[in-house]
Design a protein around this ligand. Structure first.
Ligand SMILES: O=P(O)(O)OC[C@H]1O[C@](O)(CO)[C@@H](O)[C@H]1O
Length: 312
């Protein structure tokens, strides 16, 4: 079973407009609300791929209730733990003419120590049943930046493989706990390392504690630094659509490949194919099945350095 963790779950509101013009008002053609946050999107993708998956994390208030109802309506199991505050609503504006998205992510509810203790107890029970644990998204206010480090240690002690997708201080603080895989995007990895070259930045984060680093670089594909070598994976096609959620689809493919024991080249090919297929779907958490099947056979993976000198 793959366990996903979304500490800052959200109700994702997506607006589709012809084009985003600053200082202008816009007619929204199809507003859509659905349960989101990075781990929830990973759950949705894994469930569509028919992998046994369970979502945990924190939710609160009316937004949290709507979010859970939406998960149930989608046939997704959840073991979300309640918090006192109100879960956030994110806004994504998809500009249909450019095939691009503008995203607004609020901070989320304040998490008190009592709710956090209740969550960590529940997490330990669930992690003991998981083959892979995916920890994804920002930390809500109230949680210290090393919160992921504690969860990673619990998951590792329970024998699960760990995948982490977060940014900033939460990402840096988690490296000491030795996550099996981290999946920052290009902007996130540049921000935490101060390096402009994504592959060099990925190698630095591996040296700082992550076993494998898979850095996603939008249309430039994936840069992976694994214990077996470095790989570059190019997307099969340049696509327009809604890139929000492409990173979550990539994480879903990584988790699925780790759960089934795929070798890195196959796993990375699936990851880039699923990301590209997600860009073509209108909503984060969805992907085009036909394109995924097609891209899995056409995406290219090249070995950049067969044996990384700093592997561990
Ligand atoms: O936790 P954050 O880093 O703020 O990201 C959350 C957001 O990211 C997305 O998962 C897209 O990757 C949205 O569903 C939205 O909820």
């Amino acid at each position: 079973m793959i366990l996903t963790v979304t500490l800052n779950a959200a109700l994702d509101v997506t607006y589709f407009v012809d084009e985003v013009t600053p200082h202008a008002s816009h007619r929204v053609t199809q507003p859509v609300e659905r349960a989101g946050g990075k781990g929830i999107n990973v759950t949705r993708v894994l469930a569509a791929l028919r992998h046994p998956v369970l979502a945990t994390g924190l939710v609160g208030g009316t937004t949290g209730r709507i979010l859970r109802e939406d998960l149930r309506a989608s046939g997704l199991k959840d073991a979300l733990v309640p918090v006192r505050g109100e879960s956030r609503k994110t806004i994504t504006v998809v500009s249909e003419r450019n095939g691009d998205a503008t995203v607004f992510n609020p901070p989320g509810p304040h998490v008190d120590p009592q709710s956090w203790r209740a969550f960590t107890r529940r997490f330990a029970e669930l992690a003991a049943r998981a083959d892979v644990v995916v920890l994804a998204g920002s930390l809500p206010p109230g949680l210290p930046c090393d919160s992921y480090a504690g969860l990673l240690a619990t998951a590792r002690d329970a024998g699960a493989v760990t995948v982490l997708d977060t940014s900033g201080a939460a990402l840096l603080a988690a490296l000491d706990a030795g996550p099996d895989v981290i999946k920052p995007n290009a902007a996130e990895i540049r921000e935490v390392t101060g390096r402009s070259d994504v592959a060099d930045a990925a190698a630095e984060l591996q040296a700082r504690g992550a076993r494998t680093v898979v850095a996603s670089d939008g249309p430039q594909g994936l840069h992976a630094v694994t214990p077996e070598g470095r790989y570059r994976t190019l997307p099969p096609a340049q696509l327009r659509g809604n890139p929000t959620g492409a990173g979550d689809a990539c994480v879903a493919a990584l988790a699925a490949g780790l759960a089934t024991g795929l070798p890195w080249p196959d796993l990375l090919r699936d990851a880039v194919a699923l990301s590209a297929a997600a860009v073509s779907a209108p909503l984060a958490g969805d992907f085009r099945r036909d394109l995924y099947d097609q891209f899995r056979t056409t995406a290219t993976v090249s070995v950049e350095r067969p044996h990384a000198a700093d592997s561990h």
